[in-house]
Design a protein around this ligand. Sequence first.
Ligand code: MRU
Length: 347
Amino acid sequence: MTAAVFRWVDPPAGPAIELLDQTRLPRAEVVVTCADVPSLIDAIARLAVRGAPLLGIAGAFGVALAAARGDDVAAAAEAISAARPTAVNLAWGAGLALDAYLRARPAGDFLAAGKRPYEAALEQARAIADADRLACRQMAGHGLALVPEGARILTHCNTGALVTAGEGTAFGLVMAAHRAGRLAMLWIDETRPLLQGARLTAYEASLAGLPHRVLADCAAASLMAAGQVDLVAVGADRIAADGSVANKIGTYSLAVLARHHRVPFLVVAPMSTVDFCTKDGRSIVIEERAPDEVTSLAGQPIAPAGSGAYNPAFDVTPPELVTAIVTERGVAHPVTPGSLRVLGADA
Ligand code: MRU
């Protein structure tokens, strides 16, 4: 990867956000410039920029961009937060940057120091990115203890450097296992309908030189039945207070399969993805996406014209199917409201 995944730029024409368009990977590295909030929202909605931790970073920088442009910053934060409803990090990051901006606006330290209020939002956005980079290292450190020698790890969707400020959540753990000499194979679910596994995780695995193979999502059952999977490791878009995990559609099926085949099922996610305000899995709003993501492939129709589709972007895995949740603050195991609350205390 030669281009930066996500960065703030400040040319004479005014600040903007540059991002690597993930819809074009792995075939082309195309950088998109978002000079205003509507173009950032468009990039978020069409998954040019995606994945929970990066959405948190994007949300915060988006608010800084609105502030720098002199837009209505509260309205911008609300619009950004609504662009994708399931990934809690998006609204979380936008909200933190908005708070920083509002605190700086009246006449606080920032004005005294000769800075403009948008810089407070920008500093907050940079702090979120820095904290995420550190969290990735810490999650990998905590999770490594759960990875056996010669591990064959199955993952779903994409959780690496394309969606975090570091090496990733579940993929960061895979990288740590590889460096420790413990990774025998990374099995990558293709992740229908938008193929984040085949297009993005396999791309990251190739760049990192990991032993890996891509499989159709529906092949996971026979792979586990053949005894070829030692561990499942996935990320999360929102974890409710009871430990229910919303993640890419297909995650729940994997968890059911893992339980049947007695394979440990790990969720690796930063505490910013744990939403103590959402009490349980039923309360998580699931994003429903356009039918043509299912009825077409690479722009070509694969179903008869007029066929409808069921296209939830995420599903919810109940806590009893999750062996452990690995965060930067430690590991919740077993996954209960209590074990999560202990990790969240004084956060
Ligand atoms: O719809 P996407 O591609 O944004 O979904 C992303 C996922 O489901 C990831 O698994 C999740 O955000 C964890 S990213 C570290």
